[in-house]
Design a protein around this ligand. Structure first.
Ligand code: DLZ
Length: 198
């Protein structure tokens, strides 16, 4: 069968710092996507302490959160450690996250600017009358943040008709593919290439 995904490239993510912002609507599907994303980042060599994860209520909030996360990390890296820690750039706490997403106190949170940020959300048409508005605005907002800041923003927002389609894209149906893995790969590739293009 014709492979619809990108021809794979393998890049070394061991020096990269990656941010992830995820929505909390449809959290069982989000969790699977997040797991797939993190697994692929680690497989590409990204260190656990260089993966910073924050959450927002819904997909609508993703663009502003990605923008603030990136801007705060810029301030942080230019003031050499002065300011908030990586874990609270959005004023969040570990408790509102889905899994072990923040670096532990033992190693301390990593600091510095992000090489790429992945925005993860699940918009299900059946659950919202204004699905189209949200999907369109979030897509445009995330693109704008990427172009305005110059940081690659990976579009990890599923826009699907129903729960079944969402599960099939999160690897939750036997034999299905977890799209989070693609987003992890894309973040590493774009992070590495962005440095080369700087
Ligand atoms: C309101 C809403 C609805 C109906 N459906 C979804 C959804 O399927 N996926 C999602 O991520 N968020 C949804 N939201 C919440 C909005 O994204 C947003 O959080 C609220 O409107 C508050 O601004």
């Amino acid at each position: 069968m014709h492979n619809k995904g990108p021809a794979p490239q393998k890049h070394d993510g061991s020096s990269l710092r990656i941010g992830i912002v995820h929505a909390r609507w449809n959290d069982d599907i989000i969790k699977a996507l997040l797991d797939g994303t993190k697994a692929k980042l680690r497989e590409c060599g990204v260190h656990e302490s260089n993966i910073v994860i924050q959450s927002v209520p819904g997909s609508w909030e993703l663009p502003i959160a990605v923008q603030r996360l990136y801007s705060a990390s810029q301030v942080q890296s230019s003031s050499a450690g002065i300011g908030s820690s990586a874990g609270d750039l959005l004023g969040g706490s570990a408790s509102d996250l889905l899994s072990s997403q923040l670096p532990t106190a033992a190693t301390g949170p990593s600091t510095g600017s992000f090489d790429a940020i992945i925005a993860i959300g699940v918009l299900i048409k059946g659950e919202t009358m204004h699905f189209e508005y949200i999907a369109e605005s979030v897509a445009q907002g995330l693109m704008r943040v990427g172009l305005d800041t110059g940081v690659p923003v990976i579009f990890g927002v599923l826009t699907v008709l129903n729960d079944e389609q969402a599960k099939a894209r999160a690897g939750l149906i036997p034999g299905s593919h977890n799209h989070g893995e693609d987003w992890g790969l894309a973040a590493v590739e774009m992070g590495v290439k962005r440095r080369a293009w700087a």
